[in-house]
Design a protein around this ligand. Sequence first.
Ligand code: NAD
Length: 290
Amino acid sequence: MKIGFIGLGNMGAPMASNLAKAGHQVHGFDTAGVSVQGVKQVETAAAAAEAADAVITMLPNGTILRAVADQIIPQMQPGAVLIDCSTVDVDSARAVAEQAQAAGLLSVDAPVSGGIGGAAAGTLTFMAGGSDEAFAKADPLFDIMGQKAVHCGEAGAGQAAKICNNMILGVTMIATCEAFALADKLGLDRQKMFDVVSTSSGYSWTMNAYCPAPGVGPQSPADNEYQPGFAAELMLKDLRLSQQAADSADADTPMGQIATALYEQFVENEDGLGRDFSAMLPRFEKRGRS
Ligand code: NAD
């Protein structure tokens, strides 16, 4: 396939590189002028989209996605597929899908989970929203860049799945960290706490697979001085998107709201910026009740 790839950052660069390694012809563009091995660098987003069978975007947010979509959609050939893998708000995902459809294109919103490690290893999970035809066209590319792709429903369903998952993740990480901080103050050994909770009804991915306590459970960013991993500011971005979606859908999400406020405080007023999102544990550890 001829593939245009726009947004060659931490995630986009290894994803584009994996597509090139698999034998696809990839034309890449990034405003930062990044070059990626195996990917032909072009001068504009429109040039990357021209005559492509598929265009993939991996951009910071919905505003930038909408601006890029305005540039590339008029250049794309009818029947080509636009695959947005960025994490953006549901409204932007739906707006871009409508614009693509009006131009005779197929489109899929396909945010990912798996982070930079998953992007490099080609083991991402894609959560996709779009028509059956669009998903079928994008699926062979998901196979190269990832290990699993779930077709979640129509346009916007991929973003909806992503932010609901990450709202659970943020809330659960906070619950796990505050429980460790309480256990500390009650004199409970952290290893014992892990041994019990990881095999009891309090278990979760954040406890069992990504334990925020250093030296306990499997290897995680906590064992590397909380270097990300998944940075607290990215968690905050996704929590904000969940609350934006909850506002627009009139959904009551009190825990999501509290988690957003806590990560906001941690990233903007404390020392959370640039640290893994599990660094909530040392944050709670330092604090008292008030
Ligand atoms: P990044 O900031 O490293 O990369 C974004 C790239 O887009 C940058 O290189 C930037 O120069 C480029 N860019 C910005 N505006 C552009 C434009 N108008 N045209 C072309 N290129 C432009 O971010 P990232 O970590 O690669 O994340 C990309 C997306 O993936 C985000 O939406 C993020 O939320 C999501 N995501 C990231 C992770 C992660 O662990 N990093 C995990 C899952 C999802």
